[in-house]
Structures are given as C-alpha cells and as structure tokens.
Design a protein around this ligand. Sequence first.
Ligand SMILES: Nc1ncnc2c1ncn2[C@@H]1O[C@H](COP(=O)(O)OP(=O)(O)OP(=O)(O)O)[C@@H](O)[C@H]1O
Ligand SMILES: [Mg+2]
Length: 373
Amino acid sequence: MTNQIKQFAFDVSLLVITQIVVYYGFKYVMSKLDPEQNEKSEITNKGNQAIKQLQLKNLKLNQYEKIVASEVVFSEQISEGFSDIGGIDKIIESLKESVIYPLTHPHLFNCRSGLIGTPKGVLLYGPPGCGKTMLAKALAKESGARFINLRLSTLLDKWYGESNKLAKAVFTLAEKLEPCLVFIDEVDSFLRNRNSDDHEATSMMKAEFMSLWDGLTTNNKSRVILIGATNRPNDIDLAMLRRMPKRFYLQPPNEPQRVQILKILLKDVALSPHFDFVKLAKDTQNMSGSDIKEVCRSAAMNPIYEYIRKNPSATSTPFNYSQEPTQDSQISQRLYRHVENRDFEMFLNQNDSSLLTSYNINNMDIFNIDQCD
Ligand SMILES: Nc1ncnc2c1ncn2[C@@H]1O[C@H](COP(=O)(O)OP(=O)(O)OP(=O)(O)O)[C@@H](O)[C@H]1O
Ligand SMILES: [Mg+2]
C-alpha cells in the first residue's frame, strides 16, 4: 500500500515537474521566436523608469500600461514654454482657461451635471509650421499635468487584439496619472475617416478608442484631456472630431504676429542698434513660423560666413575633437559683426518662395470655430 502511495506521489510530482518544464520551455522558445522581444523589453524598461520618476505610491500597472508609460514626457525634458511662442497670446490665454485651470483647479469648475469642466478633447489645426506641436509641448511644460505623447507605432502590434488592449491602456493609464494630457500629433493619420477598406484590426482599435474616449466624456470627475494636432483637419473622422469640441486654428502669422515671432527667435542674436523688426515682418509675408525660423537661422549665420571668408586662418587649423567647443556665445559673437536687416534681404531675395504660399489654406475654413487670432 505504502509503495503504491509512493508510486502515486512520484507520478504526480513527475507530471507537475514536466508540466512546469514544458510551460517555461514553451514560453522561452516563443520569446526567442519573437523578433521584437528585445525591443519590447526595452520599451517596458523605459516604462518602468518613467513610473519610478513619477514617484507615485501604490501605482500598479499592467504590461500594456507599462508600454504606454514609456511615452510619458516630463516637463523637465521640454525646453519650450509659452514665452517661446510668438503671436498666439489669445490662443494661449484661451488654452489656459479651458484646459489648464480646469485641470489644476478642479474645485473651481465643479458642477454636478458635468456641464462645467474640462473639454475631453482639444484640436490644434492649421497649416504646417505654424506652431501646433510647439504649443502642445509648451502646454505640457506649463500645465504641470502629466503628459503622454502618444505615437501610433505604440498602439500597433502584430498580434490580433493586442492593439485594442494597448488602446485601452492609454485611457486606464491616463486615469491613473490624472491630471493628464494625452497628445496625438498628426492626429489625421490615426483618426482618419473610417471606410470599409480599413483593416479589421485597425477599425477594431479605432472603435475601442472611440468608446473609451466616450467614457471620459461621461465621467465628470475625470481630469484627462486628449489633444490632437493636424494640418489636415478634413481627413479626421467626423465622429472623432465630435470628441474634440475645443478647436484652435493656428493661422499663418500676420504682420504684428511676425514681429513677435522675430523678436523671440532673435532674442539671443547680437543685432545692430538700427535693426528694423517691422520691415523684416513685412518682408516675410506669407511665411509660417517655421519658415521665419529658417530665414533667421540663415541670416544670423551670414556674419559668421563673412568672418570666415575674411579670416581664412580661422578654419585652417585642424580642430581638436578632444577639446570641448566653447559654449559661451558672447565670446564667439565678439569676433564678428552684428546682424543687420541686409543679411535677411540677401537671403529673402534668393528664397522668396514660401512653402505656405503653395499650401491651400482655404481647406481649413470649415473649422474656423474657435479661431483666436
Ligand atoms: N508662433 C511661433 N513662435 C515661435 N516659433 C515658431 C512659431 N511657429 C512655429 N515656430 C517655429 O517653427 C518650428 C516648427 O513648428 P511646429 O513643429 O510646431 O509646426 P507644426 O504646426 O506642428 O507643423 P506641422 O503641421 O508640419 O507638424 C518650431 O520648432 C518653432 O521653432
Ligand atoms: Mg507638428
């Protein structure tokens, strides 16, 4: 009898051990077969680091939330604030009132019916290079809220159903981190018009995203806002657009706005005392903020080129790469003359075509709802 019991115990333990070996062996083989294994563990590590940096006690995340957590951006990592953006003071003021204050001072926006509070979606739209991405980053820096810079690649997974779980994780993580801003740049590519040709997995993910977003809209207490930026607002699905009721049109800058942008872009450049910002603003008509930045960059380098041409010896000695280059701009600026209006004229005459002029600004018209200029 005892022998039979012993034999039985031996068989059971053998069965258990073989099952465990098969389980872990299979898991190991599967992980080795997955070509994205290293990438995945890197993302999860990044997510774990972000969670540590958040210093939130009792924050427990599942594997999908950890992947999304790798997209959390901290305000210290962002260099641009509102003061670095020129010509959109009214939009900034409106964003502060409609987004930042309800997030940071929820007690002031308390209403049982949920009529008062944060909008659950904000859309920044306008022609390319007019500061949409820059504004969203500045918002992350100045709001003090946690910021998830959501990329489409984060949500895509080759396994069926995984994208849905990742989409869900965006919302569950944002709720755990609230107050939280979820930023989707070039939102048109993600939330574009749905049609019957869409891949099943993509349409399932979009549907999941929409219903989870609705959940936010119905939850009065939630302090999560989705912010989208696009230069193709007409491509966004109408149902998605409905979920972004607060819309800001970042239009090509007019003359006074260009003066402000120029003053910001040239604040650290040694300018001649007779420098005329208004004339330069007139000369940069039809240009976006990004075009103006490019013009400023080229013009500000003109005195350096001039100095090099006059002093060939300045570049003839081989550079010692082991030596740290001087970071003090004032020392190097003493070498060459101050930047003048003529530096810009030279450049503007060569490149008088702007990308913006060829861009059809009229295709933004139907969305001029919350336009602040
Ligand atoms: N209003 C502005 N004030 C200061 N700089 C600006 C402004 N608008 C644009 N810029 C400059 O142009 C660059 C590009 O801007 P940004 O990336 O925000 O454009 P965008 O609107 O997101 O364009 P796209 O639609 O192509 O993504 C910024 O990094 C900034 O240097
Ligand atoms: Mg952008």
